[in-house]
Design a protein around this ligand. Sequence first.
Ligand SMILES: [Ca+2]
Ligand SMILES: [Ca+2]
Ligand SMILES: [Ca+2]
Length: 168
Amino acid sequence: MQEIAGVTVQCNTIDKLREVFREIDTDNSGTVSFAEFSQACRKLSIEVGVDELREFKKSGDGELTFDEFCIFYICRLRSAFNSIDVDKNGEVGAVELKNAFEALGFHSTLREVRSLLSKVDKDKNESVNLDEFCNFFCFLPSPNIRIIMQQWATGLAIDTGMYLHTLY
Ligand SMILES: [Ca+2]
Ligand SMILES: [Ca+2]
Ligand SMILES: [Ca+2]
């Protein structure tokens, strides 16, 4: 376990992040350039936003090391989480998740939402906290709210955990 940007990250999550990092670092230089990152996103039809661009600029040399990448990733996941946690109690409940799905055009019943929630809810308290959220969604190629919700809604990546491998 390791603390990254205030989130307790499990060892297997770090392994997954390392795998994502290696996939994106196409020239095997050990760092990820913005061009490499953009290319990975393009492959997956993910729009690279202004936020991502800003994060890269912040890293100084325009290249992300693995540690910088982890922080970047976890921070993005955290902001995705915060946007779903509307009442700011540090937990995403079924109603909040349903509303978030709806805002992005995924319509589902509360019953369906509960079942999707339970896949991420490790401690079974019927809501998802930041640690549960980050450790679950770290394998996605971009910590982008739309992608996360899309994956969550379809259950595709959640059931297989092999999303990256099937696309690269
Ligand atoms: Ca590289
Ligand atoms: Ca909440
Ligand atoms: Ca929970």
